[in-house]
Write a protein that binds this ligand. Structure first.
Ligand code: FAD
Ligand code: NAD
Length: 390
């Protein structure tokens, strides 16, 4: 029997499993993930700030996939492309005929000294919960320590994850101040960014509105300030030191380490794929989501890694596997972004949406648009309608 292995049950893997099951090719579909649950990584910053609980952004994979899909809970350690098998940490290697590799992202530190040891990344449920626990314990401690640095928070980088985290953080702080009895007006939040602009992917007026919103809530942005070292109680940029007892590490991502460990031709654990999303020299193997790199034909630059593109890639990869099984021709991946949306806490945000025109939104409308996208993405991964309802 033909075996299709899908690695990772994030956006790309879940969507590929759904589409391949629907295609009913008779092949055995095996979905491998290290946890028994899927998490909506687009909402991890909310768990990290404590505005959402982990169970609000997770669901049981086995309940969410078609009953024809075999689910294996294990960690992938390596892909042997030539032998067409996947090595697993806890069980025997798995042979495949077709592969969808959707192992997703990991935190990027660029080798900066102390970043791994002293920064709190936001990359999965465990790290988001750890960041939240650290934040709460540190703020709570101020009541007895009276150490100003217990109220100092540094967010490293000002990309999407940092900005969305800051939005949730400033929203939650008044409640935390009341709960733990620390002076809200003495909380200091610094966001440190290497490049000269914040949110450059947005229209400058929208970006400025977002920055001013966060500044109005107490965030200080430091642009053109590359972080050079992270100490246990301070972030360093050349000669400038930002003391803080909470250091959130959100300076970007790279693909899964399994990519480099498996000997792919890669950069930052991302592989530039062929135009049908297969791997060069391996027409049976498809890379989707954050482990892949896809050039945008309009400008030659790589598309940013997003959930939106992971889902679109999974559709294309699933269609191309079905085509190969049935003796048809694979198709090229074509992508049209529906827009760019950035939350600034649970009730506001900024967005540029490409649906029936081009819309620039800010405030509650942008927030509503972002929530609609999040709800839609769940529907794109599973046919179980109430999977996120507890
Ligand atoms: P992932 O979603 O990373 O899923 C990978 C899966 O593989 C996970 O289930 C993981 O547990 C599993 N896995 C990893 N390694 C192994 C292994 N060795 N063995 C077995 N299983 C493994 N994008 C948007 O489009 N919109 C947004 O609003 C947005 N917000 C974001 C907010 C945050 C805080 C972050 C961090 C990212 C956000 N993104 C957003 C980006 C988006 O989350 C990623 O691009 C997307 O998750 C990538 O999907 P994926 O399927 O490639 O991998
Ligand atoms: P990112 O790469 O988008 O942003 C990281 C930021 O950190 C950049 O602005 C970078 O200049 C800065 N940085 C890097 N090294 C630094 C240093 N040494 N000192 C100071 N600043 C430094 O990464 P992210 O925000 O983690 O996002 C990861 C991916 O997920 C991106 O592709 C992003 O588009 C996507 N994402 C999308 C959304 C959304 O669509 N709402 C939300 C979160 C993440």
């Amino acid at each position: 029997m033909t075996t299709i292995a899908i690695l990772g049950a994030g956006y790309g893997g879940m969507r590929a499993a759904k589409q391949l099951a629907k295609a009913n090719t008779g092949a055995q579909i095996i979905l491998i993930n290290k946890n028994p649950y899927h998490y909506q990584s687009t909402e991890l910053h909310e768990v990290a700030a404590g505005t959402k609980q982990p169970d609000e952004i997770t669901f049981d994979i086995r309940k969410a996939v078609d009953s024809s899909v075999k689910v294996i809970i294990d960690e992938v350690t390596k892909v042997d492309q030539d032998a067409k098998k996947v090595d697993l940490k806890g069980s025997n290697p798995l042979a495949y005929d077709y592969l969808v590799n959707a192992l997703g992202f990991e935190s990027e530190t660029f080798g900066i000294k102390g970043a791994d040891e002293n920064g709190w990344p936001i990359l999965d449920i465990d790290t988001a919960v750890a960041a939240r626990n650290h934040l709460e314990e540190t703020l709570k401690r101020y009541k007895t320590s009276h150490d100003a640095n217990d109220l100092h928070i540094v967010v490293c980088g000002a990309g999407f994850t940092s900005i969305e985290y800051l939005g949730e953080l400033v929203y939650r702080l008044p409640d935390l101040a009341e709960e733990y009895g620390f002076p809200l007006d003495q909380v200091k939040i610094d966001c440190i960014e290497a490049t000269p602009r914040i949110l450059p992917m947005f229209d400058p007026k929208l970006a400025d509105w977002g920055v001013k919103f966060l500044e109005g809530k107490g965030v200080t942005f430091h642009v053109s300030t590359p972080i050079t070292e992270v100490k246990p109680d301070a972030v360093v940029s050349n000669d400038t030191v930002f003391p803080a007892h909470t250091i959130i590490w959100t300076t970007g991502v790279h693909g899964s380490h399994v990519i480099a460990d498996s000997g792919y031709d890669q950069k930052r654990n991302r592989v530039v794929v062929e135009d049908d999303l297969s791997v060069k020299g391996h027409p049976e193997e498809f890379l989707v989501g954050d482990v892949s790199a896809v050039p945008n034909p309009d400008n030659g630059r790589l598309y940013p890694t997003t959930a939106q593109i992971s889902i679109a890639q999974a559709d294309c990869a699933a269609d191309n596997i079905v085509a190969r099984i049935k003796g048809g021709e694979p198709k090229k991946f074509v992508y049209k972004s529906l827009g760019t949306l950035c939350s600034l806490g649970p009730k506001t945000g900024i967005a540029e949406v490409n649906v029936m025109g081009h819309w620039k939104l800010k405030g509650a409308k942008a927030s509503a648009a972002k929530k609609m996208v999040a709800d839609r993405s769940v529907a794109e991964l599973t046919d179980v309608p109430d999977i996120m309802r507890k």
